[in-house]
Design a protein around this ligand. Sequence first.
Ligand code: MRU
Length: 345
Amino acid sequence: MTATQSRTGPLIALRYEAGALWALDQTRLPFEERELALRSAEEVAAAIRRLSIRGAPLIGVAAAYGVALELARDPDSYALERACDVLRNARPTAANLAWAVNRVEAAALAGGPGKRAAAALAEAIAIHAAEEHASVAMARNGADLLADARRIMTHCNTGALAAPGRGTALGVVAELADRGGLQNVIVTESRPLLQGARLTVYELSRLGIAHELIVDSAAAGLIADGAVDAVIVGCDRVAASGDVANKVGTYGLALAAHAAGIPFVVAGPTSTIDPSCTSGNLIEIEERDPDEVRTASGQILTIPGTSCRNPAFDITPARLLTALVTERGTVRPVSTESVAALLSR
Ligand code: MRU
């Protein structure tokens, strides 16, 4: 079942209502605002796999509801195990997915046989609310850090479509705009799936924030030319070392910012930090369908069957980060020690 969403008011990427998870189908944006009604773990996992629901914190929250939805259909412990497996494995790179599923699984087991479904739903709602609050704190912390930045570059989509509440990096951008100092945002299109061109442009337009869209390959030259004061991006998994996995192309932006001597800032909730992963080179990078590279909006771009590489993410080493902004505070410089100190706050 689907429903259209209002064009006015806050952007609601996900909501739980009447026994279903309602998710704005991000594959249709910005051309059509349509919600999907998801009622099982498999339906939620499929929506995550095809990127109807995307962005690290948002897929964590969706997966949490996915476990609860499945238990409402079948509270059996095997159903719980199957639901957790299918959701944890929907995509490999974002830390939030397994983090959220593990939390809901533990809550369901602690709830006991008669109360598994209710305990799982309560935990999913708690995770959702906590991530919303985290986005507000992150926005404030990031805007304090970048108070002097007037022109910002950002990559992929990191706003309300990618994380509950205000988002991650784009929440910081919105807070800077609210405070009155922001002049312009340069948005990379983020090939192959165009999260920048389709989703960040859509969000900035709704927020009334001035922006310009560029092709990904224009970014380094514009940074070198002094077109922006800072680069801010989100993150999908942060290793204990502070190395960051984020949308492919992030590493190049970090190198360009470093060469130009401007801040390169990563924003994300602590649910994206994976303390069990000691280094960025241990993070699994999702390889997606080569047809995403061979095509754009369904149009073939190259010789059919051309061999392609399609890593969805890349790793930026901690030494290239000016700061890591989280809801618990800002880490600067970013290192194993400073990340551990943040997590113990
Ligand atoms: O493949 P996607 O669209 O899920 O990738 C999302 C990103 O890489 C975002 O930058 C990331 O999740 C960070 S913040 C929400």
